[in-house]
Design a protein around this ligand. Structure first.
Ligand SMILES: [Zn+2]
Length: 442
């Protein structure tokens, strides 16, 4: 019993530790053969095979090159060869450190936190970003939604945080928490925009829970097309907070409408061959060629629309069919983009623009859900951080052109701001000390 209790306690400790620092696999849908790492901000210590320090204070102007070598890693820094190792860890020496990753054949990306590299079978590399949870959330928000108003980012941060806390062990068997692909949540770069960081920071400690206080599932999609879906109409479980709602906010946005033309033969043969329908039966033929949806439907005849969506790679299941007899084709007129369950991102952007509050928007898309504020979240830290970010955002507004140089990065400026404040504090302390000395001598 006592042993069980200590295991439980250990698990609880691990769980809370996870929420502060997490491990995310990077470039998870690519095959990485060679990696070049350079440094945009701060200094990193290099540890090989666990805790063997092979180089310290590696920063701007230097680059670490890692290549697979017979089941191990070959490591060099600039022109210097450091040998082969089983693992390599690049550890940030400060909270404000930025790594720049250049894997061969892939787009360059930047990340904060630490980087762990290990070999995979077939001469490939496994890259893991060991990063603060909230830094990860801000990166996800930047990858998952567009917009300019901070409430848009706050809402996305709440649903991404809720999802992450609920799915912390998704890749436990692989040795990390999440991948950086849509399988988990997109995390294609660190957050480089101060306004996005601000939205994420403002939502610190906020999650979405049901009436019993349990974290809810928070699926989202680009655009509902005007009506969201019940969860059971797309997946199996009927969840009380994932109900179909009318959503006119999703009209007139980038992904509100779509059109797809398919040849008449291909359309009819698909139902004849894949679903054994008699396409010569006039009633069946009529249903297939003149299917309409004023309100969302779940099936066309007996066939789930989700199946048809997958087979024809349609943007949504919310479409109607008409025939163009001149070109012998069917035209699908569709609404929305994505599975349609939960929050519509473009509907959210519209609602924020119209002045709806972030909590009313979340309640619109997640029926009966409540925002829970974690009482242990460090709010004095958050306020201080948000205050400094607000100064940076204000500074940007007053600038004629938005520069994107390394030195102008919000994290770099935050770092310098903090550094300056720390120096001022030291200066004031020293001054006071001198005064005391002076009084004493006198
Ligand atoms: Zn994943």
């Amino acid at each position: 019993m006592r042993r069980l209790l200590s295991i439980l306690l250990l698990l609880l400790t691990l769980q809370s530790a996870h929420a502060e620092h997490i491990r995310v696999r990077l470039y998870s849908n690519a095959q990485i053969t060679t990696l070049n790492v350079s440094f945009d901000l701060g200094y990193y210590n290099l540890y090989a095979d666990g805790d063997q320090l092979i180089e310290d204070m590696v920063g701007e102007g230097r680059s670490v090159i890692i290549r697979p070598d017979g089941g191990k890693l070959h490591v060099s820094v600039n022109e210097d060869d450091y040998g082969t190792f089983s693992t390599l860890r690049l550890e940030a020496t400060d909270t404000a450190c930025i790594l720049c990753l250049n894997p061969e054949g892939q787009k360059q990306r930047t990340y904060e936190g630490n980087l762990e590299v290990s070999p995979l079978k077939g001469g490939k590399l496994l890259l893991i970003n060991d990063v603060e949870f909230e830094t990860y959330i801000a990166g996800v928000v930047q990858s998952e939604i567009y917009g300019t108003q901070s409430d848009i980012f706050r809402i996305q941060a709440i649903i991404s945080r809720t999802w992450a806390l609920r799915n912390m062990n998704k890749h436990a068997a692989d040795g990390y928490n999440f991948c950086d692909f849509v399988h988990c949540q997109a995390y294609q770069n660190r957050c480089i925009r101060p306004d996005i960081m601000m939205g994420a920071i403002q939502s610190s400690g906020e999650t979405l829970v049901d009436s019993l206080g349990a974290l809810i599932e928070t699926p989202f999609h680009s655009n509902s097309g005007g009506q969201t879906c019940n969860s059971e109409d797309v997946w199996r479980a009927a969840l009380p907070y994932l109900r179909s709602v009318q959503d006119t906010f999703s009209y007139h946005m980038r992904q509100s409408d779509w059109v797809k033309t398919i040849s008449l033969d291909r359309w009819l043969n698909y139902f004849a061959k894949k679903h054994n329908l008699d396409i010569n039966d006039s009633a069946i033929r009529d249903s297939l060629l003149h299917f309409t949806q004023e309100q969302r439907r779940v099936r066309l005849l007996d066939i789930p629309l989700t199946r048809i969506r997958t087979d024809f790679q349609l943007k949504s299941t919310f479409f109607s069919v008409s025939v163009d007899s001149v070109t012998e084709s069917v035209i699908l007129h569709g609404h929305g983009y994505g599975h349609g369950v939960g929050l519509s991102q473009e509907g959210t952007i519209r609602m924020v623009g119209l002045g709806y509050s972030y909590d009313s928007i979340l309640r619109h898309y997640y029926t009966g859900a409540v925002i829970h504020l974690d009482p242990t979240a460090n709010h004095s830290y958050v306020e201080n951080y948000a205050g400094q970010l607000a100064r940076i955002i204000e500074e940007d507004k007053n600038k004629k052109t938005q520069t994107r140089s390394k030195k102008d990065d919000w994290l770099g400026r935050l770092f310098r701001l903090r550094d300056r404040e720390e120096r001022e504090e030291i200066y004031i302390e020293e001054q006071q000390d001198n005064e005391k000395d002076w009084q004493y001598e006198w």
